[in-house]
Every structure is written in structure tokens, then in C-alpha cells.
Design a protein around this ligand. Structure first.
Ligand code: THU
Length: 130
């Protein structure tokens, strides 16, 4: 799948964001190795710490559907600026796609593509638990 298409799907997901507190909507489109795409948006809560980011929504949806291997995730935000995944989301993504690619969309800028490993150097994974 082309990165442009994955960004378009992330934009669709962003429209479903529930962000009445921050007003910062985020959308994610997670590409599984089998070609399926799982969408996610941020889901906020009046108890702010219970908020779930768009990326983790997408991962949780996929894993709960029995899909665990991913190759890429596209992310967009309502700010129109690049929105790189937060630290917790980088860790969660690392669990399922350590060799995966992060694709960032912005309004008037080219799509940015980078390896997750670049965003999470020396990431902690299952093989570190002896
Ligand atoms: N957010 C995401 O959805 N993904 C990120 O990686 C960063 C932050 C959301 C959480 C919250 O709803 C809003 O953006 C502001 O932090």
C-alpha cells in the first residue's frame, strides 16, 4: 500500500477522534503484514490519564482481532503539523513492529517516513526479558 493512501486512511480515522478536552484530534492507520489496515483515533476521558492515543487504539483493535504483525503506521493530527507518536505509543508499537515504519502526514509538508527504531533507539523488547 502506498504511503499516501495510508495517510488518507489516517485522516478518516482522525474524524472520529473523541477529543473534547484537548481539541487535538489524532488519526492512525496501522498496516498489517497481511495487508489489512486498522484505524485508530484518540479517545479522551474526563479523567485525563485514562485517555488512549490513536496509535494504541489501532494496535489494540488489531491484536484483539488476532492480528499481531505490522509493517507500518501512518499518523496525522488536527494541528496540521507532524505528530510523532508519544513515548508510550513508541513502546507499544515496538512490541509488534520493531522493524516497522512510521509515516507522518502534515498539511503543507511532504510525508515523512522513518524507521520506528530511529524513534526508539535501544527499544526494550521481549528478548530483553531473560
Ligand atoms: N495523542 C495521540 O493520540 N497520539 C500521540 O502519540 C500523542 C498524543 C493524543 C492524546 C490526547 O488525546 C491528545 O493527543 C493530546 O495529548
Amino acid at each position: 500500500m502506498q504511503k499516501e493512501e495510508l495517510i488518507r486512511l489516517a485522516e478518516t480515522a482522525m474524524e472520529r477522534a473523541y477529543a473534547p478536552y484537548s481539541h487535538f484530534q489524532v488519526g492512525a492507520a496501522l498496516l498489517a503484514k497481511d495487508g489489512r489496515v486498522f484505524l485508530g483515533c484518540n479517545v479522551e476521558n474526563a479523567s485525563f490519564g485514562a485517555t488512549i492515543c490513536a496509535e494504541r487504539t489501532a494496535v489494540t483493535k488489531a491484536v484483539s482481532e488476532g492480528v499481531r504483525e505490522f509493517s507500518a503506521i501512518a499518523i496525522v493530527a488536527s494541528s496540521g503539523e507532524y505528530a510523532a507518536p508519544c513515548g508510550i505509543c513508541r513502546q507499544v508499537l515496538f512490541e509488534f513492529m520493531p522493524e516497522g515504519t512510521v509515516i507522518l502526514g502534515a498539511k503543507d509538508a511532504p510525508i515523512k517516513v522513518m524507521p520506528l527504531r530511529e524513534l526508539l533507539p535501544m527499544g526494550f523488547g521481549g528478548s530483553d526479558i531473560k
